[in-house]
Ligand binder design. Sequence first.
Ligand code: DAT
Ligand code: MG
Length: 148
Amino acid sequence: MEKTFLMIKPDGVQRSLIGEVTARFERKGFKLAGAKLMTIDRSLAEEHYGEHKGKPFFEELVDFITSGPVFAMVWEGENVISTARKIVGSTNPQEAAPGTIRGDYGLIVGKNVIHGSDSKESAEREIGLFFNSEEIQDYTKDGLSWVY
Ligand code: DAT
Ligand code: MG
């Protein structure tokens, strides 16, 4: 089953949105496979956001993502990578549709509450950056027989 990496950013943690955000993925029918509250150091931040190195917002982005604890998660389910991106919403919260996480909770692009992997390759890469294999749970969730 497909897995993706989702991370509630420091603004989402500080604004007490962990419960609101995780509830959306749980209720959709996705299965939580791993989660931890952690503080990202600069080298992990620079690696995670490596594709943006050199862009004008890169330093600000690294400062922000390392500014406080994040809630890192691995979620599993059918087509979870692209579906989670839809639940997350557009990068700029002012363009994100109401009903999406960024559309409901964010106002500016620099504080957009949550990160979600954008492809199978980035999901694998990001899960590997943030979690080791013992931190990923492989288990049966009985309620899922009512989802699939
Ligand atoms: P996404 O997080 O939707 O995948 P992205 O990969 O293009 O978006 O950018 C990563 C993060 O960088 C994004 O969540 C917020 C920040 N960011 C992107 N574009 C920005 C900009 N023009 N100004 C400030 N921050 C920006
Ligand atoms: Mg991205």
